[in-house]
Design a protein. Structure first.
Lengths: 321, 312
């Protein structure tokens, strides 16, 4: 009885008449009920909005609601393509994400490997704690930290530059500086997190290979080059591919708090999600905002599917679905 | 397994060996200490700077800018902040209530779902998991979500609009599933033999052994509520009496007007308002609890990360 239960319906299906769906539901009603709150949650907050994507094909009027607003076909998309707006947003979003992914992973991996070479447990613990801290604070505070450093009149770095006899530019009016600033801040915030993940992967490694290498006289560089890096490669490749899957998503909180409504910087800092947010909340342009959002969702969906298929080919154990 | 491995580095260096350190080991170690130490200090220095500036006088900041040490020590910004503390106290109460209620309810639903979806004999587990997971692959986007919340559910200017969306997400349910996976299936079997129902098995047998998972996921949820400003900025207009802490901070930083409102009635001449130090003091008060609690809770996050990294 127990073993039949373990395999559940599958066994029944083969040997007997197929049990009715109601029967299966009745048999599992407690487990199903336990899932109901989550099912309702995702239904309301994720599935219910989905038909509303129709708004991207309308000229939305707030008081009429989604379904009574006039249908305009692809006009919103056409405008976004032809005005070059979508191209700019795509370029910014993708370039920022590529920088985050590549530089972030290189830095995290380097730090994890270096940390592993340290003997002192206390040092490892303390530095990991320090590096991890920025991950815990809100983007609102991050924007204040940056302001503290770069503000033209009082900023710490501004004063340092002046003290050294240099000329401090007005950073908050300089669009060209922000790609560097945003990438640096992102690295500052995320490196500790990633280092902890990679460090755990290294300490979880089979130590017998490292011991053997040491006995055979491999030095530090050789150990890293021939044992640690190859062992980590699958993890790195897979994390990388999944990161690519999310390349159209942005770190909205970071960008919006750092740049906000400072339109002087939009050329180099506007990503899809900040545009979507602003054009809805500030210019009330719901139709265009949702057109950009829908474009992001649909294209992003296919990129994730593609990345997953690629991962599946490499190592089906790591595939998400 | 992964949780333990954090505490027990399997590296050779941790054991006594007689193998001689050669030159490249020394170089690597030297680089490590320099690079890691510098980066670690950079990670906490800005926090220190905010604290230092919050204890400066406004004139000192106007004169010398933000420094690493309060030039003229002063607690004026804090005095001003607590002269009319209604906003801050209200923000604290709202944030704590949201965090406590959201974390408890979220944890309950997430662990219940995670357990059911991990039961091998539950025929709907793959279907429901896909249903949940799909929402992280495709969404309608911000605008339809916003209109649902505002026009259909009428949640604008209610705290529900913040409490509800942060209750759970697919990633946390997958994380919980991974934690449940580590609990031997025999526990469920023994419960069944004793005649316990599925919910009783979950509540009486599984939940107590999920404590580390509850700590980790609970902290993720609580952190989400504590740092929340996004849903507030979407759904809370000026009609709302008290804003969650980080959104309050957001307003203090970005809108001088709201800064002035928050000290209105405290008889400060607006032109002399110490806006810079007040910003910093607000930031310290709004973020303080996180920084203070951080050393104690940090290890649960590390545990969660490593479990999550085993299979995302």
């Amino acid at each position: 009885m127990v073993s039949a239960n373990k395999k559940g319906v599958a066994v029944n299906q083969k040997s007997y008449r197929k049990p009715s769906l109601w029967h299966v539901i009745a048999q599992n009603k407690t487990l199903l009920l336990m899932c109901v709150p989550a099912i309702v949650f995702f239904f309301v907050f994720s599935y219910m909005p989905m038909p509303g994507a129709y708004i991207a094909f309308t000229n939305f009027q707030y008081n009429k609601g989604i379904w009574a607003s006039p249908f305009v076909g692809m006009q919103n998309f056409k405008f976004l393509f032809q005005s070059g707006q979508l191209g700019l947003l795509l370029r910014n979003t993708i370039l920022y994400n590529l920088a985050f992914i590549v530089l972030g992973n290189v830095l995290q991996l380097t730090f994890a490997i270096l940390l592993n070479e340290v003997q002192s447990k206390r040092y490892k613990k303390v530095t990991q704690s320090m590096m991890f801290l920025p991950y815990f604070i809100s983007d609102v505070l991050v924007s204040l930290l940056v302001y503290n450093l770069l503000n033209y009149d009082y900023g710490f770095i501004s004063n340092l530059v002046r003290a050294l006899g240099g000329e401090m530019p007005k950073v908050y009016q300089m669009a060209g500086a922000w790609p560097i600033i945003i990438v640096l801040v992102n690295l500052w915030k995320g490196t500790g997190y990633g280092t902890v993940v990679y460090f755990a992967a290294i300490t979880g490694m089979d130590s017998s290979m490292l011991e053997a290498a040491q006995i055979d006289g491999a030095n530090g560089f050789q150990r890293i080059r021939y044992i640690i890096l190859p062992t980590l490669k699958p993890t790195v490749v897979i994390l990388f591919l999944f990161a690519i899957g999310g390349i159209l998503k942005g770190n909205f909180g970071l960008f919006y708090n750092l740049v906000g409504n400072n339109s002087m910087l939009f050329g180099t800092t506007d990503i899809i999600e900040t545009y979507v947010y602003r054009s809805m909340m500030n210019s009330f342009n719901f139709s265009q905002s949702s057109a950009v959002g829908l474009f992001q969702s649909v294209v992003g969906f296919f990129i994730v599917i593609g990345a997953n298929a690629f991962v599946k080919k490499l190592d089906s154990d790591y595939a998400l679905f | 397994m992964a949780t333990n491995s954090v505490q027990q580095p399997a590296n050779l260096h941790d054991r006594p060996t007689k193998v001689r350190l050669d030159k490249s080991d020394m170089i690597i170690r030297g680089i490590t200490y320099v690079v890691i130490t510098i980066f670690s200090v950079c990670c906490i220095l800005p926090f220190w700077m905010i604290i230092a500036s919050s204890f400066s006088t406004e004139e000192a900041i106007r004169r010398t800018g933000f420094t690493l040490w309060p030039t003229d020590f002063s607690t004026y910004a804090y005095e001003l902040l607590f002269r009319s503390p209604d906003q801050m106290i209200g923000a604290y109460i709202v944030t704590i209530l949201l965090a406590v209620i959201g974390t408890v309810v979220g944890l309950f639903i997430i662990s219940m779902t995670g357990y059911a979806l991990q039961r091998k004999d539950f025929p709907f587990r793959n279907g429901i998991m896909f249903y949940i997971y799909f929402t992280s692959l495709f969404s309608a986007g911000l605008v339809p979500f916003y209109l649902l919340m505002v026009q259909t559910l009428h949640l604008r200017d209610t705290y529900w609009a913040i409490l509800l969306p942060l209750l759970m997400n697919p990633w946390l349910i997958v994380l919980m599933k991974n934690f449940v996976k580590a609990i031997p299936h025999e526990i469920t079997e023994s419960g069944k033999i004793d005649g316990a129902g599925d919910f009783r098995i979950f509540y009486a047998l599984i939940l107590p052994s999920l404590k580390p998972a509850l700590a980790t996921i609970g902290l993720f949820l609580a952190l989400g509520y504590w740092n929340e400003w996004y849903y507030s900025s979407l759904f809370l207009t000026s009609e709302v009496a008290y804003r969650p802490l980080q959104y309050h901070l957001y307003n203090v930083i970005n809108k001088v007007a709201s800064l002035r409102n928050s000290v209105a009635g405290s008889n400060v001449v607006l032109e002399n308002l110490p806006s810079e130090t007040l910003k910093m003091a607000t930031a310290v008060v709004a973020t303080g609890p996180i920084i203070l609690l951080y050393p104690f809770v940090q290890k649960y996050f590390v545990a969660g990360l490593t479990v999550g990294a085993v299979k995302g």
